[in-house]
Design a binder for this molecule. Sequence first.
Ligand code: HAM
Length: 422
Amino acid sequence: MSKAIQAIRGMNDLLPDTLALWQRIEQAAVAVLAAYGYREIRFPILEKTELYKRSIGEVTDIVEKEMYTFEDRNGDSLTLRPEGTAGCVRAGIENGLLYNQVQRLWYAGPMFRHERPQKGRYRQFHQIGVEAFGIATPDLDAELILLSARLWKQLGIRGLELQINSLGTPAARANYRRVLVDYLRAHDDRLDDDSRRRLDMNPLRVLDSKNPQMQDVIAQAPNLQEHLDDESRAHFESLCRLLDGAGIGYQVNPRLVRGLDYYTRTVFEWVTSELGAQGTICAGGRYDGLVEQLGGQATPAAGFALGLERLAELAAHQQVAGANLAPQVYVAPLGDGAIVQQATRLAETLRDAGWRVELHCGGGSLKSQLKRADKSGARHALILGENELAAGVVNVKPLRSEDAQQPVRFADLPAFLANAAH
Ligand code: HAM
């Protein structure tokens, strides 16, 4: 026997038992998104590398060291998407969805980052992303936060904390950047190598450093909030009032800078302390400059993405029930020929009536079929042997109660099962 091939490190198989919870989350998300007027968009997993360099930013962890980039057979540099915003904007521009319009869009699917795998951090992971275009006012920022809060509520997820911040306009940020660089240079001896390297290219990310030796110097750094332009400050205050009015609790975190360069003004994250180091479940913000930066007409925009692995992990931790798509009925034909024919017909009739039905295939004894019926999760087994066939009935055996089994005429089955379900 040759050696079995294994999956790539950090890329997980998602098995049926796990996916019941994912399906519950996805169903709830689709319903909540529809309740806010968002529509689904799908775009390729592979894009030109240039798209991510121009949007996420050349000096970010993602672009510098985490992208799965390769040359295809034509020699073009392509990259597996590390996130969805860039592709969504590219597709929006290319298909004329963004110019002079309001668009509320969402997408879901795998993303790829060559990070060091650990709990909650994978190399292939899944996001549900939400992007809204054409609205510059903070009512949109509030809507995105309300939408996400409604999803947590719908799922019964508790204890997520909302952190918000404003990064201001690019001009205000450039101003702040100068002040910050001066400060950090004055404390050069307390920076680690990574931060020293970032100083010239992306000094705001120094604030994001998790290095314990640098926390003091970070805590005393000049505050971005104090360097905001007036309009960004008003935008932020207005968002805070909207959240207050909606009864959404939040914490202003002036160190929240995000790892992607396209953000302007509002940024936010929903975090939990229940999952260890990878506690950010959902994150996003406003990116008013990105559409123009990628070659479209200037269009304000904002959005967020939630990490499905992390949300599912938290949901499991809080004992949220998964979707139940198990069969309700298990049909057990005892014999072949006419019996299998009639069992197949019955199964189809029940499916016509909306039941989820598993039909036993491959024959076998009553005992072995009932064992499988039990494992399937069905509530009832329908036993059909020669005697039943001759009498025009099936024996209905309750699998989840001690009730006795009883014969039911073929024609009466849908009504009988509907009654038994209550
Ligand atoms: P992000 O913060 O890079 O933002 O990712 C959003 C979420 O995806 C994270 O909060 C986390 O839950 C999940 N995530 C990220 N990396 C991993 C990983 N390696 N393993 C597991 N989960 C992960 C974005 O991607 C932006 N596109 C969000 C956005 C949309 N901003 C505006 N619109």
